[in-house]
Design a protein around this ligand. Structure first.
Ligand code: AMP
Length: 398
């Protein structure tokens, strides 16, 4: 398999699938979080510095298979230029005649951005004819879109057929793969996984998979209350998935059998309504009064989690500890983020993956103090679950 660091792009046009699916302010159309753009810059620069040219392709949002101005990648050209420090030209239909003229005329050091791939329904359907047209834009294909690597779309998977000898991962995907492999396959110990977020149902596969790997499993966020109830606790009006009580019991039993230390929050910040203006009280996670709901972990829980995190050599964090979007319920998530940062500074390797925990480390300005922040939410989860991602398999397999 070819790798980007050893490939010489001199005189080559690199067709790079990036993930520029960034959030925009609907009123000003400005990019509100450029993490994904910044993450793709090293790959683009490598091609340009070698003396190659670049054709960027991406999706953005969920257009209904036709051009919609709010999903036009035109809106993000200036943001790309700002982070790249280089001008970027634009083709307003990714497979239009003008697009092919522009990509054919590219000179070394030039960058062309193609319009949103999802303005064509053949992108998501994985259309081979569409992929073949996209392939005409480059001499070599690089996939650096980890966020869509779990989709078998034309630009992420099918297109590789047309580059049998010249396909590779960009630096970003390389780093994502390396980070997950490091957490799941390293012999370093102890390994602690912190899993939070709203529901047990969406994290069950990953929790089950992690039980075979981790020394400690910390459960926080809304899902902790299903565990507390399964243990016989009273959880008031907290978020509960009654259909998953049995599953939670099985996880508790399996953790014991596999010698995994399972931590659920000792105490909880309970609230009388789902609002930043609500009344709150601290109570045991197992004794939440009726009419009150747990919306954050308490200080004792944060202390216990912190001690476990600081004693770890490898840390995986997915999902917030509470409703961190509201200032009243952000403290638990912040304490955990700080503990992960501190453990990293003490020499641990930490991987933060999954949409909301990434939003949390960014909110608390801690992204630079953990080892790796994943750019792929669903893709990261599926990769951690041990699934073969089509976008990754398409590069690895000949
Ligand atoms: P997920 O996408 O499953 O990781 O869930 C993230 C969401 O879970 C965030 O929007 C949080 O506000 C929410 N969340 C975290 N803790 C709780 C809780 N105790 N009750 C309700 N929602 C929560």
């Amino acid at each position: 398999m070819k790798t980007i660091s050893t490939y010489n792009f001199r005189g080559k046009r690199a067709l790079i699938r990036v993930d520029f699916n960034v959030p925009l302010n609907k009123a000003t159309m400005e990019v509100t979080d450029a993490t994904r753009i910044k993450a793709a810059i090293p790959t683009i620069k490598k091609v340009l510095n070698d003396g190659g040219s670049v054709v960027l392709m991406s999706h953005m949002g969920r257009p209904k298979n036709v051009p919609e101005p709010i999903f036009s990648l035109k809106n993000i050209i200036s943001e790309i230029e700002k982070h790249l420090g280089h001008s970027v030209s634009f083709a307003s239909d990714c497979i239009g005649e003008r697009a092919f003229e522009k990509s054919a005329a590219l000179q070394a050091g030039e960058v062309l951005l193609l319009e949103n791939l999802r303005f064509h329904q053949r992108e998501k359907k994985g259309g081979e004819d569409f992929a073949e047209l996209l392939a005409k834009h480059g001499d070599v294909y690089i996939n650096d879109a980890f966020g869509t690597a779990h989709r078998a779309h034309a630009s992420t998977t099918v297109v590789t057929k047309f580059f049998p000898n010249d396909k590779m991962f960009g630096y970003l995907i390389e780093k994502e793969i390396e980070s997950v492999d490091k957490v799941l396959n390293s012999t370093q110990k102890p390994l602690t996984a912190i899993v939070g977020g709203a529901k047990v149902s969406s994290k069950i596969t990953i929790i089950t998979k992690l039980l075979d790997k981790v020394d400690s499993l910390i459960i926080g966020g809304g899902m902790a209350y299903t565990f507390a109830k399964a243990m016989g606790g009273k959880v008031g009006n907290s978020l509960i998935e009654n259909d998953f009580l049995e599953t939670a019991k099985e996880i508790i039993t399996e953790a014991k059998a596999k010698n995994v230390k399972l931590l659920i929050p000792i105490d909880t910040v309970a609230s009388d309504e789902f609002s930043d203006e609500a009344e709150t009280q601290i109570c045991s996670t197992h004794a939440i009064p009726d009419g009150w709901m747990g919306l954050d972990i308490g200080d004792n829980a944060a202390e216990a989690f912190k001690a476990e995190i600081l004693a770890s050599k490898l840390i995986l964090w997915n999902g917030p500890m509470g409703v961190f979007e509201m200032s009243k319920f952000q403290k638990g998530t912040k304490e955990i983020a700080l503990a992960v940062a501190e453990a990293t500074e003490n020499g641990a390797f930490s991987l933060v993956g999954g949409g909301d925990s990434v939003a949390a480390v960014n909110k608390f300005n801690l992204a630079n103090r953990v080892s790796h922040v994943s750019t792929g939410g669903g893709a990261m989860l599926e990769y951690l679950e041990g699934k073969q991602l089509p976008g990754i398999a398409a590069i690895l397999n000949d």
